[in-house]
Design a protein around this ligand. Structure first.
Ligand code: TYM
Length: 343
């Protein structure tokens, strides 16, 4: 049985990378015959300090982006992490399964903690363990994410495997199959698994880049989108006629990848139309396509955000449905680990 899970942090500035690498693909997953859960990971957000006066708005904004992009909250389960207590509970148990050595290898922690590592929160360090708990509380089999989450999903697989192995006797004694937790399949792909900054093709497009021109925000209007695409860094050569010609040209590769993802095409298909074109021409076409796809999404997000009561109702309904799946998993995990349970 397929079960799809993914999450997005409510840390402000949702951008084109979040959309093309993740949210757009979440929508596509709904067509598969699988239950999908899409989570606004507010517990993850607070691993870096968030202004409490802004956090609620950010949670509602990510929810609005899910809905505006086409996630159907009747079919998929849309919720925020802190309303489902099983995430934090399972994360603690996994903290006792994961090894320090595994976490020490996580590159995102090193990036986010920066130079002053002694001053990073313990939560930031344990972040990927909570992510494993998010996924495995539902025993999810498939996780659509951007390329930057690959290492975290490998850790999730390691935690599932070690739990299955460490508790194999108890898992069998409680009548479960050998693989209590599935070894989750990461779904990383498409032409925009790693969208790069518009100012520097070697840096990931990111919420935290101080330059707003480095990213297209999902709430940018048509003028802002046009201006940012026109200002995007390029190189002096015309476009190649095949994707192979993009190697060593990070900015060209990025813009062609964005075009392809927005158009549901491949880089080669885009280049069969634009090979030999100057960037001025290609950027004109990209502006038109990006505005066509993104401006309505931004407008719908704004409409949804204006009705927080509706969003909060979607999240509450989603949380109840999510908990109905996660609670039996946690019951089984507590039995497997050997805790005394209420009668
Ligand atoms: P977050 O909030 O940083 O990003 C949300 C999703 O967007 C993808 N993404 C990108 N894809 C392509 N190009 C980019 N430049 C780009 N930037 C971000 C991310 O890969 C992600 O899929 N740890 C996760 C949230 C999370 C999660 C989970 C994901 C928590 N629990 C369980 C999957 C399953 C994160 O910080 O995503």
């Amino acid at each position: 049985n397929e079960l799809v899970f993914s999450g997005v942090q409510p840390t402000g500035n949702l951008h084109l990378g979040n959309y093309l690498g993740a949210i757009k693909r979440f929508v596509e997953m709904q067509a598969r015959d699988a239950q999908c859960l899409y989570c606004v990971v507010d517990l993850h957000a607070i691993t870096l300090w968030q202004d409490p006066a802004e956090l609620k708005g950010q949670i509602r904004e990510v929810t609005a982006a899910f809905l505006a992009a086409g996630i159907d909250p009747a079919r998929s389960i849309v919720f925020n992490q802190s309303q489902v207590p099983q995430h934090a509970e399972l994360a603690w148990i996994f903290n006792c399964v994961a090894r320090l050595g595994w976490l020490n290898r996580m590159t995102q922690f090193k990036d986010k903690a920066g130079k002053d590592r002694e001053n990073a929160s313990v939560g930031l360090y344990a972040y990927p363990v909570l992510m494993a708990a998010d996924i495995l509380a539902y025993r999810a089999t498939h996780v659509p994410v951007g390329e930057d989450q690959k290492q975290h999903l490998e850790l999730t697989r390691d935690i599932a495997g070690k739990f299955n192995n460490d508790f194999s006797g108890s898992i069998a004694a409680h009548g479960h199959g050998e693989d209590f937790f599935p070894i989750t399949e990461p779904l990383i792909g498409g032409p925009a698994a790693r969208v790069m900054s518009l100012r520097d093709g070697t840096k990931k497009m990111s919420k935290s880049d101080p330059s707003d021109n480095s990213r297209i925000n999902l709430t940018d209007d048509a003028d802002a989108i046009a201006q940012k695409v026109r200002k995007a860094k390029t190189d002096p050569e015309p476009l190649p006629s095949e994707a192979a010609g993009l190697s060593g040209r990070p900015e060209a590769d990025n813009l062609v990848g964005i075009f392809a993802a927005l158009k549901d095409a491949t880089r080669d298909e885009v280049l069969s139309d634009y090979g030999g074109a100057q960037f001025s021409v290609f950027k004109g076409a990209l502006v038109e396509l990006a505005v066509e796809k993104l401006a309505p999404l931004g407008a719908e997000m704004k409409r949804l955000i204006a009705d927080p009561a509706h969003i909060d109702a979607v999240l509450a309904d989603g949380a109840a449905r999510a908990e109905a799946i996660a609670a039996p998993t946690l019951d089984a995990v507590k039995d497997i680990v050997g805790f005394v349970r209420k009668g």
